[in-house]
Design a binder for this molecule. Structure first.
Ligand SMILES: *Cc1c(COP(=O)(O)O)cnc(C)c1O
Length: 394
């Protein structure tokens, strides 16, 4: 079967247990798949658009209610749908960062956070991680002091990732936000890896801006995401248009400038909304997903020479491993070289780690069942034994 000339059907999720770090949380729910089919046409959510003609006001399908529920789910005052977390960063940076303003990011910030600063004309400064690969509130405090002294003004914005993409470590965002607020610096909390996976409480964190990714962590089609803020920032971030056509005299009502009026007009908002009840439930089962992840990590670490580079026990299923002393040794003698590992995994119905890497690699077992977790753990051990690598019993 194909979807037109040269376009094969994608069957990864059907044929494999997929451990791809960025794909695990974005797999669609069955309801989202139905929504994708029913709302695939371009502006499909606009059938019943009425005054004031804005996406977040549409009552049928219930997008207005969805926006309210999303804000409540995140414990923030107001939420908007955005085409990806990156567009959330962009809207915030464009609102609060001026040309030449210093901006704080972290040693783990995503490239899209940097690009949003660049686009707004800000100057990025990183907060370093400590030896345990955690961004601490103390490190934030000293970096604020340093940057303020050298730039002659306090940073216009602080970005902090609740869970980073490199180690999947959970950072003390609440303490970090408290420190930033002592210097009157607004805080953007990046929940790309957390919102939709684990419970996130924006008010508790103290986030001025909270950003999530629909396709990374909310079982939604791409590009989708959420940008939420407090009532204090709402009028600034979601300011409405003030311009006027100079010949026609046209004005544009309540369209929000940073949102370019409307954002996700079809399959993306509908997929996200259809998955939302499932997402709301699954965050309550977070502990189960963590214990499945820990089971796989334990198995891997019982292969001599293997280390988990992320914090352990795991607080998030995205995990970085170091198998330089195990699988990489096997790669030196295996005729498939570094590709033996992905090849051996695929033969066993497992995929999603970078082909060819046997030193440092990441995997994310979010969403798999107990049985699948046990199977993945067993298969890593089986592959190790097949390669003659010593496995500690325990
Ligand atoms: C994936 C990721 C992003 C980008 O998310 P999009 O929704 O694709 O824009 C941003 N930050 C972090 C930490 C990420 O892991």
């Amino acid at each position: 079967m194909n979807c037109g000339e040269g376009i094969d059907t994608r069957l990864i999720e059907e044929l494999f247990i997929n451990l791809d770090p960025i794909q695990a949380g974005g797999r669609l729910s069955a309801d989202a798949m139905k929504a994708v089919l029913a709302y695939g046409d371009g502006y499909s959510v606009c059938d019943n658009c009425e005054k004031p003609f804005r996406l977040d006001c549409i009552k049928k399908p219930p997008l207005a209610r969805f926006h309210d529920e999303l804000a409540k789910f995140l414990n923030m005052d107001i939420a908007r749908l955005v085409p990806g977390a990156r567009r959330g960063f962009q809207a915030v940076a464009d609102t609060v960062v001026g040309k030449g303003d210093p901006v704080l990011l972290t040693a783990f910030s995503h490239y899209t956070e940097f690009l949003s600063v660049e686009q707004a004309g800000g100057v990025p400064h990183e907060v370093p991680a400590n030896d345990a690969n955690i961004i601490t509130a103390d490190a934030v405090a000293s970096r604020i002091e340093e940057v303020t002294r050298s730039a002659g003004k306090t940073p216009a914005l602080l970005y902090v990732e609740e869970v980073d993409y490199q180690y999947g470590n959970l950072h003390p965002v609440q303490d970090i936000a408290r420190v930033a607020h002592q210097y009157d610096i607004p805080v953007l909390c990046n929940g790309a890896y957390t919102i939709g996976i684990m419970p996130v409480d924006g008010k508790d964190i103290g986030a001025d801006f909270l950003v999530g990714s629909g396709h990374k962590s909310m079982a939604a089609p791409a590009p989708s995401g959420v940008l939420a803020t407090t009532s204090e920032w709402a009028d600034t971030l979601f300011r409405t248009t003030q311009v006027k056509g100079d010949i026609t005299g046209r004005t544009f009502g309540v369209k929000e400038v940073e949102m370019m009026g409307c954002t996700l007009m079809g399959v993306t908002s509908m997929g996200m909304m259809a998955s939302f009840p499932h997402v709301r439930e699954r965050v309550k089962q977070y502990d189960q997903h963590l214990s499945r992840c820990n089971r796989i990590v334990d198995a891997l670490c019982s292969i001599e020479g293997t280390q988990v580079m992320s914090e352990y026990p795991r607080k998030h299923p995205l995990t970085r491993m170091n198998t330089t002393g195990s699988f990489d040794k096997a790669a030196k003698t295996n005729k498939k070289k570094g590709f033996f590992l992905i090849s051996a995994l695929r033969e066993r119905g497992i995929t999603g780690i970078i082909a060819g890497s046997t030193k440092v690699w990441k995997f994310n077992p979010y969403g798999i069942t107990e049985e699948q977790a046990r199977y993945v753990a067993d298969m890593f051990l089986e592959i190790a034994r097949e390669e003659g690598l010593p496995v500690k019993s325990g």
